[in-house]
Structures are given as C-alpha cells and as structure tokens.
Design a protein around this ligand. Structure first.
Ligand SMILES: [Zn+2]
Length: 208
C-alpha cells in the first residue's frame, strides 16, 4: 500500500515552513532589528531572535487592505428589497487600524448606515468595506470618509452616514498619555447631509 500525502504533489509545500507563512525578506528583518536596537534592546538576545520575522508578518496582516479593493464587497447587490425604504444600520462594528503618523494601533468601533434607493447588500459587507480601509496606515478622518464614499459610489443610496469612535495608541500609550480618551469622526452624504431630520434620525439610531 502506497500512502501519498496531499503535500507530495504540492510544489509550494516547504517542510521548513509547514504552515506556509509568508517569507519576510532579510532587509525587512534588518529594519526591525535596527528598530529594536534603537529602542534600547539587543536584537540578538534569545527572546528577540524570531521577532523580526513575526513583526514582518504581523505588518503584512495589519496592512492587508493594500492588497484588496474594498468595493469588491459591494458587487453582490439585491434589488428586491420588498418595499423596504428605511435606514439600514450596522453598529458597534469593532475594527483595528494603525495611524500613519506613529504606526500605533487605532482601536475602535464604527456605525455604518445607508438609506437605500433600490439596491442593498448583505449586511456583513459593510463591515468588510470598513476592514478593507482600516487595514492600512490611516488617519481616522480619512478612514471615515473612505468608507462613506465607497458605499455612496457603489450602492447609489439616498444617503450614507458613517460614525467612527476610536482610541489612538499614539495618544493613550505615549505623548500626552490619556487612556480612555476617544475620538469621534463622522461623514454624512446625501440626505443625511442635506436633511436635518434624516441626520437626527440616523444619529439617534446609532445612539448619538
Ligand atoms: Zn498617531
């Protein structure tokens, strides 16, 4: 009896790297070693030996958004909305991003709403759009605007409202060191921008 493992015919399989983790180029690892030394530690000590690889891979993941177009999540649309013509809202969507000024974590939650004209998408898609933009180096203001604009451009809704509340590692862990301080940004488009009572309605549904 001949047992053939599934991996025998997979030329990408590397026994040294059975989980297929992405390679981290030497220059990237060296950059991280330089940073460790600059911060005051010894990159050659045992506990830090594999850190450059791990950090390199972690940053690939933090910045996955560069390798996707978030609007792809809005391509599967449903026009059969059963006469539903009210606000669609997804709130308390947790996300993590990194600030482009310090590469420090931004941790927060978003509320995303739109008033459909005649197209809707699966509700989880709104969170995917958020994550597509969050997994990049960001500032909160641009993240908020990009999510709103993407929905506006691809769903042709009557209005879009995005509110993001987040804490910035560069504020809570360094500099003025103010843990617990959150920043709120919002972007309103269409009826939520033009019509005060629509805006009030969506803000109160969001809990603001
Ligand atoms: Zn920052």
């Amino acid at each position: 009896m001949n047992y053939i493992s599934a991996h025998d015919h997979d030329e990408t399989f590397d026994p040294e790297n059975p989980l297929g983790k992405p390679e981290v180029p030497e220059d990237v690892q060296n950059a991280i070693r330089t940073l460790i030394a600059w911060a005051g530690d010894d990159p050659a000590r045992e506990g830090l030996l594999d850190t450059p690889k791990r950090v390199g891979r972690a940053w690939l993941e933090y910045c996955e958004g560069y390798r996707e177009d978030p609007s792809i999540h809005l391509t599967r649309q449903f026009s059969e909305v059963g006469g539903y013509d009210e606000i669609v809202l997804l709130k308390d969507i947790p996300f993590q991003s990194h600030c482009e000024h310090h590469m420090a974590p931004i941790i927060g939650k978003a509320a995303i709403a739109y008033l459909p004209r005649n197209k809707v998408v699966g509700i989880s898609k709104l969170a995917r759009v958020l994550h597509g933009y969050a997994r990049r180096l960001q500032i909160q203001e641009r993240l908020t605007a990009e999510v709103a604009q993407c929905i506006w451009d691809h769903l042709d809704p009557q209005g879009v409202a995005v509110v993001i509340e987040a804490q910035h590692g560069c504020m809570t862990g360094r500099g003025v060191k103010t843990p617990g301080v959150g920043m709120i940004t919002s972007r309103m488009l269409g009826c939520f921008l033009d019509n005060g009572s629509s805006r009030k309605e969506v803000m109160s549904l969001m809990g603001y």
